[in-house]
Design a binder for this molecule. Sequence first.
Ligand code: ADP
Ligand code: MG
Length: 233
Amino acid sequence: MTKNEILSQARKEKRTQLTEIESKELLKEAGIPVVEAKLARTKKEAVALSKGLGFPVVLKVVSPDVIHKSDSGGVKLGLNNMAQVGKAYREIRLAVKQHYPKAKIKGISVQEMARPGVEVIIGMTKDAQFGPVLMFGLGGILVEVLKDISFRIVPLTKRDAREMIKEIKGYPLLEGYRGQEPADIPLLEDLMVKVSDFVDKNPEIKELDLNPLFAYKDGAVAVDARVILEDSS
Ligand code: ADP
Ligand code: MG
């Protein structure tokens, strides 16, 4: 689906929250590398998609009503064969129904399991005074607990992006701390500017998160993405 098709579908269904599949499609169109997710509506479809991708794969719930998928048992990583995919499919449906009895489950997404990298977050929120603001931080507890994040007003220059990356306390982790793989920092700068340009050109986007993006020494890929649209009514 193209950007316009995705946006008009969401409007038709009167929802402002795009699914991970839709969010990733928009980002891909904007030149951001993503782990593409495909929708399975049955267990059989999930197994067939997994075989097509090659193991290991990841299964996740697809529902506009579920914001934090793993909190509700909606994410299963590292599935290595058809039996594991079938079991994960059933378990995700059950767990999400228990957590959110009213959630509309569109299906289960199937995607490649990305190799581990440094987990970073690129986000955008709208500030009442400054408008769109871009956020950068390291993934996981560093953002949630330590709030080790930096901000700049959109549109971002390459130089803004470089400063944002260097400003966070966790910066040494990106340079390759104690033998850990370093991140391709010029690429991260480039992606941050791309996200900034994308939200700048699309004012109907209210919030956006790549959470996380896996950064490698020679590349990067978003394994999760979330886009929230402005209320158009
Ligand atoms: P949530 O809605 O809970 O944020 P995510 O899609 O971010 O769900 O998945 C939770 C975690 O699982 C991620 O932070 C990441 O560490 C891991 N993960 C998700 N998708 C993939 C993938 N395709 N490959 C490897 N790891 C993944
Ligand atoms: Mg996530």
